[in-house]
Design a protein around this ligand. Structure first.
Ligand code: PEP
Ligand code: MN
Length: 339
C-alpha cells in the first residue's frame, strides 16, 4: 500500500499517518517529494483496506501496489532520487564519475590513479579491498589494509570512496573507512548482506547480478530500502549471454527500462560490461547517451601489471580522454522524461 498525501498536508498529518501504520504493526517509509509526500507501507503480508487510510486528514489517496516492488517504484516517488554523498551526488544534474583500480594493490598505485581521478574532476574513487575472484588462488585484495589506503586517498584528494563489501563483517569495516558500499554482482541476491546494507547509514551501489532479470535486481534494491536505507544506486555491469566477444553483455536498455519503473539512479559499468580495454570508452559514451546518471570505470597506472582485471583497465591517459568525451555527450543530451 502507498499513501499519497495532499500537496498541502502538514508534517503533523504525515506523522499521524505514520503512527497509524506503526500501530497496525507495519513499517512506514516516508518519501518527501517535490510535489507531495508519499508513505510506503511494508510488513503486511496480505492486502490492506484502503478505506482505513483514506479518511485520515491530509491523505489524498491510498493506492494498492500491484507490482512486486514498492519502495523502489516510481509510483512512490515520481521524480528521480538524488543520492547525496557528502557534497557530491549521484542522480543530480551532474554526471557522476566513479573511477579507480579494480583492486587496491599498494599505496603508490592507489595514489597515482587517485591523482588522475581527482584531476579529471570526478568526485568518486573506486577500489576493491575485498575481491570476489573466480579462483581462490587469484589475488583476493588487501582487506582492511586496502580500506586504510582508500581512507588516505579520501583525505588527500577529497574523493568519495566506493568499495565492495562481500559479507556482513566486511561491511562493518567498509562503513568505517568508505563513503559508499558496493554490493557486487555475485552478491546481488545475498539477502542477509542486502538487509545489513539496508541498516547502514551509507549509500549502496547495487550491481546487477550476472544473470539477473530486471525485477530481481529491483527487488534486491527493495531489500535494502525495506530496512530503511533509501540511498540506493543501481549499476548495470553486463550480464551473461552467448556472446563471446565480450566478458559480459552490457545491457544498455536497462537504463530506460529502470527509468520507467523506478526513481533510483542508474550508473553504467562499461569495464566489467565489456572486459576489454578498447571497448570501455565507446560503451561509456553510449551509456551516457542512453541516459545513465553516471559511470564506474576501472583505471590503472600500469594495466599490464594489474593484479586483477588488467585487460579492461584504462590507462591514465585513456581515462582522461574518456572523461572529456562523456562530459561533452552529457552536456548535449537532455534527460528523457519519466515514463
Ligand atoms: C568490481 O567492481 O571490481 C567487481 C568485482 O564488479 P562485479 O561485482 O560487477 O563483478
Ligand atoms: Mn574489477
Amino acid at each position: 500500500m502507498l499513501i499519497v498525501m495532499k500537496a498541502d498536508a502538514t508534517e503533523s498529518q504525515v506523522a499521524d499517518v505514520v503512527r497509524v501504520i506503526n500501530e497496525l504493526g507495519f513499517r512506514a517509509h516516508t518519501m518527501p517529494g517535490a510535489m507531495r509526500t508519499a508513505i510506503g507501507i511494508t510488513g503486511n503480508q496480505g492486502s490492506l483496506d484502503t478505506a482505513r487510510f483514506e479518511l485520515l486528514p491530509g491523505v489524498a489517496e491510498a493506492i494498492r501496489v500491484t507490482k512486486p516492488f514498492k519502495l523502489v517504484s516510481i509510483d512512490l516517488r515520481p521524480e528521480k532520487t538524488v543520492v547525496r554523498v557528502g557534497d557530491a551526488e549521484i542522480g543530480g544534474d551532474e554526471l557522476a564519475i566513479i573511477a579507480g583500480p579494480c583492486a587496491i594493490e599498494n599505496r603508490e598505485q592507489a595514489f597515482a590513479v587517485a591523482e588522475a581521478v581527482r584531476r579529471s574532476g570526478a568526485r568518486f574513487f573506486r577500489g576493491g579491498a575485498y575481491k570476489p575472484r573466480t579462483s581462490p588462488y587469484a589475488f583476493q585484495g588487501l582487506g582492511e589494509e586496502g580500506l586504510k589506503i582508500m581512507a588516505e586517498v579520501r583525505e588527500r584528494f577529497g574523493l568519495k570512496i566506493v568499495t565492495e563489501a562481500m559479507d556482513e563483517r566486511g561491511l562493518e569495516l567498509v562503513e568505517r573507512y568508505a563513503d559508499v558500499i558496493q554490493i557486487g554482482a555475485r552478491n546481488m541476491q545475498n539477502f542477509s548482506l542486502l538487509k545489513r546494507a539496508g541498516r547502514s547509514h551509507l549509500p549502496v551501489l547495487l550491481k546487477r547480478g550476472l544473470a539477473a532479470m530486471l525485477d530481481e535486481w529491483l527487488l534486491a534494491a527493495e531489500y535494502v530500502m525495506a530496512e530503511g536505507n533509501y540511498n540506493v544506486v543501481l549499476c548495470e555491469r553486463g550480464v551473461r549471454t552467448f556472446a563471446q566477444h565480450t566478458r559480459n553483455t552490457l545491457d544498455l536498455a536497462a537504463v530506460p527500462a529502470v527509468r520507467r519503473l523506478s526513481h533510483l539512479p542508474v550508473v553504467i559499468d562499461p569495464s566489467h560490461g565489456t572486459g576489454m580495454n578498447y571497448m570501455v570508452t565507446p560503451l561509456a559514451r553510449a551509456g551516457v547517451a542512453v541516459g545513465a546518471d553516471g559511470l564506474i570505470i576501472e583505471v590503472h597506472d600500469h594495466p599490464e601489471r594489474a593484479l586483477s582485471d588488467g585487460p579492461q583497465a584504462l590507462t591514465l591517459e585513456q581515462y582522461e580522454q574518456l572523461v572529456g568525451e562523456v562530459k561533452a555527450i552529457h552536456e548535449v543530451i537532455t534527460p528523457a522524461p519519466v515514463g
